[in-house]
Structure formats: structure tokens, C-alpha cells
Design a binder for this molecule. Structure first.
Ligand SMILES: [Zn+2]
Length: 150
């Protein structure tokens, strides 16, 4: 098992039930593994912020085919390995996690309160963190995003 950081492995940031079930190749390139390593480093900061409680990642890298299969956004940061979806039940709800991260100095690009999980994207190498914060609203047709935390 390849460790990216102390608490996050490459397996954890590339596994996908959908990919396994539909036999979709979700193997990251070396450049994407570099990005996943940076994502894992940010998740380590989040883990420490949340009292060093386990952060459970449900989705990290998604190949374009996998991203399409799960209905991800066409420009999803998951496709470049620059985003992770996670929960931290030992700390609190996704809203409580988002509030804690919003109040920290963690250099994220975009954070989305996705209802039952948190989406956190990091800036590409050399970019300044935009620290955009959104809340997803899952409508009957499309998902819309509101600024801030609801
Ligand atoms: Zn996500």
C-alpha cells in the first residue's frame, strides 16, 4: 500500500465502488499522484484541525470516465486529483466540519457543504487559494450552489 502521508494512502484516494462495479479504470498518472499527495497533505491539516480524529475519504481521484459515471461536474477537481470528499464522524456533522475549516487558515481552493459530506478542493501548484465556500442544494432536476454555509 502506497502511503501519501501519515494517515492517507493512495488506495484510499483512488478507490471507488462505482469504478469497481463497472470496471472503470481509475489509475492515476504520476502527475495526478503528485496532486493527490498535496490533497492528502491538506487533509492532514484538516485531520489535525478536527482534533486528530479519523477523516474518512469517500472520493478522491476520479478518471474522466468515472467522473462521468458518478455524475460529477464536467470541470471537477476530482479529475486532476485536487479534491477529496470526506466525513469525520468523530468530530461532528459536515456543517460543523465546514465551519471549523472556514475559521481556520487552511489554504483550500473550494469547500462545498454537500449535505452528508464535505468536498474540499486545493489550488493547483502555484495558484493562490481562493477559499470559496459553497453549499449544495440537491433539487429534483439539478444541483445548485449557494454562497456560504447554510
Ligand atoms: Zn467532491
Amino acid at each position: 500500500m502506497t502511503r501519501l502521508t501519515d494517515h492517507f494512502s493512495l488506495d484510499e484516494l483512488t478507490q471507488s465502488e462505482t469504478a469497481a462495479r463497472r470496471r472503470i479504470d481509475n489509475t492515476p498518472s504520476p502527475a495526478i499522484i503528485e496532486n493527490l499527495t498535496r490533497t492528502a497533505q491538506t487533509l492532514e491539516q484538516v485531520r489535525a484541525l478536527l482534533g486528530s480524529r479519523p477523516v474518512l475519504v469517500s472520493s478522491g481521484y476520479r478518471s474522466p470516465a468515472l467522473n462521468a459515471a458518478v455524475g460529477g461536474a464536467a470541470n471537477s477537481a476530482h479529475m486532476t486529483g485536487l479534491a477529496g470528499d470526506f466525513i469525520c464522524p468523530g468530530f461532528g456533522s459536515p456543517l460543523e466540519i465546514c465551519r471549523k475549516i472556514a475559521a481556520s487558515n487552511i489554504g483550500f481552493q473550494q469547500m462545498i457543504l454537500e449535505g452528508t459530506w464535505v468536498h474540499l478542493a486545493i489550488p493547483a501548484t502555484g495558484e493562490k487559494p481562493a477559499r470559496q465556500i459553497l453549499t449544495a442544494n440537491f433539487g429534483p432536476g439539478a444541483t445548485t450552489y449557494a454562497n456560504g454555509l447554510a
